[in-house]
Design a protein around this ligand. Structure first.
Ligand code: XIL
Length: 344
């Protein structure tokens, strides 16, 4: 990516995301091993924290029962420490991107006792290895239902262990790294119905003395959805439990969810201006909510690397981030910076 980066922005006194918001909440970006290299300069200029997009997930870091692969995670931690960035670990427990072996015992399904032992072993190995070096951990990701039920019942964790896997995961994580701030992370977390499920889960965990410190609102949003009022209400609702809140995976798709028609040829000026207004409104809200927010992380750095090119529709190019494919600031970036004026 652009060698011109150092020339554009961030010079002495010029605003950057980190300078504008750093005292209010940390500004993070999800990174891959490749973007950490290709966007390194841009990351150091604008961001104060990193979330590994994939490499700390159970599948990549623990591909088979007898072997961990910590190489990429070690590199990320070293990069973060050399450069004074904090790290948001993602994620210890999820129903996706987890080796199939985790839930098997030979030809059979693993028993609840076996899966519990593996849960503890996995968490103590991963969170234990990086003890004291990870500021935040997403301990459990996406455990609640978007439908009428409460829990995500088709998760193998739930099927085998029942809902207890959630509190156990938090307890194991706290033992492994007593200083890390432990999060429950989910999407649709500002939808009023799912919000109340997350609120209920969090209150029950706190009631039981489970070490839960924060709620991650993923923030995979679009130009039209969700309403700002829902974002604000969710932040307030979680904060009312005395929990920290973070926007953990922000990106603003230029499409509505499964839209297939009206594919855009490119990021037209008009489209990028619309996106900028949306980002501006959101960051102004985040600025006003600074007391409740510990961090705001975008799910990627620049538009040349985004999971939304293939989700939820394959091969549908998207432009959801604050920097363009060349690493240049988009209108959305300047709008996000403007939002800082709302910091009380
Ligand atoms: C996504 C990654 O961005 C992709 O590269 C990967 O193929 C699938 O997972 N919610 C989460 C993230 O918590 O871990 C997901 O990341 C996006 C949705």
């Amino acid at each position: 990516m652009g060698t011109a980066l150092s020339a554009c922005g961030g010079g002495k006194g010029e605003p950057t995301l980190k300078r504008a918001y750093g005292e209010t909440f940390y500004v993070g970006a999800a990174v891959s091993p490749e973007t950490l290299v290709s966007d390194g300069e841009l990351i150091l200029r604008e961001f104060g924290g990193l979330t590994p997009e994939n490499i700390m997930k159970p599948g990549p870091i623990h591909p088979v029962e007898s072997r961990y692969d910590f190489r990429e995670a070690d590199r990320l931690l070293d990069f973060a420490e050399e450069n004074g960035l904090l790290v948001h670990g993602h994620t210890l427990v999820w129903h996706n991107q987890t080796g199939a072996w985790m839930f098997r015992d030979g030809a059979e399904r693993a028993s609840s006792a076996l899966l519990d032992r593996r849960l503890e072993e996995h968490i103590s190995s991963v969170a234990g290895r990086y003890r004291g070096r990870i500021a935040y951990w997403d301990v459990v990701n996406e455990a609640l239902s978007d439908g009428p039920g409460f829990y995500r019942e088709d998760s193998p964790w739930y099927e085998i262990m029942g809902p207890e896997y959630i509190e156990k995961a938090f307890r194991y994580a706290h033992t492994a790294d007593p200083e890390a701030r432990l999060y429950y992370n989910d999407y649709n977390a500002v939808d009023p119905v799912k919000r109340e499920k997350i609120y209920t889960l969090a209150s029950e965990l706190l009631e039981k003395g489970v070490p839960l410190h924060g709620i991650g609102i993923q923030g995979h949003w679009s130009l039209e959805w969700p309403p700002l009022a829902d974002v604000e209400a969710a932040i307030d609702r979680y904060a009312s439990l005395g929990l920290e809140v973070q926007i953990t995976e922000l990106d603003i798709s230029v499409y509505e969810f499964r839209e297939r028609e009206a594919l855009y040829d490119g990021p037209s000026r008009e489209l990028m201006e619309r996106q900028a207004r949306r980002y501006g409104d959101l960051y102004a809200l985040f600025a006003r909510k600074g007391d409740a927010l510990a961090g705001v992380t975008t799910w990627g750095v620049a538009d040349d690397h985004t999971w939304l090119d293939n989700f939820p529709v394959k091969n549908r190019k998207n432009w959801p981030l604050l920097f363009d494919g060349e690493g240049e600031p988009k209108p959305a970036y300047y709008a996000a910076l403007e939002g800082a004026k709302e910091i009380p």
